[in-house]
Ligand binder design. Structure first.
Ligand SMILES: [Zn+2]
Length: 430
């Protein structure tokens, strides 16, 4: 009898424990955001009077706030008339690289980073990733200088909740003809060297095996002044696409920009020089990832000369892109430690984004470059607010369409339905 009683009590305990956790799960995975204006990327304007229902990682309903019932089982968050935007996307980062700004050349900078032990690079990556999320970047694309797929490792730590950070779209080591940007004796995994088209299949195998969505190919390489052949670039891109890999092409000069456009890269990175002419009969308008540092950042580099000239050309290039209906995407190219100027990598990325307003883009165009257009390029269900879109959101206490600096007035950051921080105080990150 006594045993029966114990068994009975045990089952009662299990039942209530299960009920408690079931309830707890229901309340933590379902959130309603209310008292807000949200940004509609299609009309480029705010929609008021609606509330957002988030179930799990996705926005599942947008309904009239007058229909909100407070006695539902979801957590209700009153955003105090905040301006809600899709989480930001930085489409060109190097989270696993962090070098001293006191170096005297890019080669030295990239080499110091590549030589760091794996655990130290992961530690640096975790710190950078966390700071990006706390600046409102809920997705980043990492493009190399990350050792032997440490970008993949960092992303898996974030998805397993071992570390905190944005979703990382990773690309593994950059593919380049010899010589690479660094001396590979320092770290043979930092780049993948390719010599001719017969090696393409074997090279791509490594990226497919590591579940990379993108590969990065250097069409040129300013450190070594080398230019890939049209045949090799076209074969790489064509074969990558056959394997459902998207290709980002690094291009600093006008010749490589033309090569990358002709070979139909999925994105062209940097684009410091526009080609002399736009290729005709392109099936779709290409995505160009603008990665110019702000004048402030450039002037803080020990080894970068002609900052004024380089950055003033950005206005011309952005005009060229708009005239040719190319799609402009934001990338910070954060690779260095600017600790004397910025608190974190996230802050550096935010400063790069804000600086675009000095070069003839409207606040709406800049926001599109870091949200909807970037999401289209990455083919992600984020970057817009709508039903069945990913619940990656930022709420701002002041309007960034009036002053872009208000992107810093964060009152909420939500990543895949999880509240990262709430309240202006809660969202300030050191
Ligand atoms: Zn880069």
């Amino acid at each position: 009898m006594k045993y029966l009683k114990i068994v009975f009590l045990f089952f009662i305990l299990i039942f209530f424990t299960f009920k408690y956790f079931a309830h707890k799960n229901a309340s933590t995975t379902c959130t309603i955001l209310t008292n807000l204006k949200f940004y509609d990327s299609e009309s480029s304007n705010y929609i008021s009077g609606k509330s957002l229902l988030i179930n799990g990682t996705v926005i599942t309903n947008i309904f009239e706030s007058t229909n909100l019932e407070y006695n539902n089982s979801c957590k209700v968050v009153d955003l105090n008339s905040a301006f809600v935007f899709p989480g930001l996307i930085d489409a060109h980062t190097h989270l696993l690289a962090l070098d001293s700004q006191k170096v005297t050349s890019w080669k030295q900078a990239l080499q110091i980073s590549a030589a760091k032990p794996t655990m130290m690079r992961l530690f640096i990556g975790e710190k950078n990733a966390k700071s990006m999320l706390y600046e409102g970047f809920t997705t980043v694309r990492d493009l190399g200088n990350s050792g032997n797929f440490l970008d993949k490792e960092l992303n898996s730590r974030i998805t397993q909740n071992i570390s905190v950070g944005p979703e990382i779209i990773f690309s593994g080591p950059g593919i380049t003809i010899s010589p690479s940007q660094i001396d590979l004796k320092v770290n043979p995994y930092e780049y993948t060297i390719i010599s001719n088209t017969s090696e393409v299949d074997a090279v791509l195998k490594k990226y497919i095996a590591n579940d990379a969505a993108w590969v990065k190919i250097y069409a040129d390489n300013s450190i070594n002044e080398n230019l890939i052949s049209q045949e090799l670039l076209s074969t790489l891109i064509q074969k990558a696409k056959e394997h459902k890999l998207k290709v980002a092409v690094h291009s600093e000069f006008s010749q490589s920009a033309l090569l990358a456009l002709q070979a139909q890269a999925n994105s062209i990175e940097h684009f410091y020089e526009a080609p002399d002419r736009a290729p005709v009969s392109m099936p779709t308008s290409p995505y160009i990832v603008i990665t110019d540092f702000s004048l402030d950042v450039c002037n803080n580099l020990n080894f970068q000369s002609n900052c004024n000239q380089k950055i003033l050309s950005l206005k011309e290039r952005l005009n060229w892109l708009k005239l040719n209906s190319y799609k402009i995407v934001f990338g910070s190219d954060g690779v260095l430690d600017f600790s004397s100027r910025f608190k974190s990598r996230g802050e550096l990325s935010m400063a790069s984004l804000l600086s675009l307003s000095q070069y003839g883009l409207s606040n709406r165009e800049i926001i599109a470059a870091a949200t909807s257009t970037a999401a289209d390029m990455l083919e992600l269900p984020s970057g817009r607010i709508g039903i069945s879109k990913t619940a990656d959101l930022i709420a701002l206490s002041s309007d960034p369409l009036i002053d872009l600096n208000n992107l810093k007035s964060k009152a909420l950051i939500m990543s895949k339905g999880n509240i990262v921080c709430l309240g202006v105080q809660g969202c300030s990150h050191d």
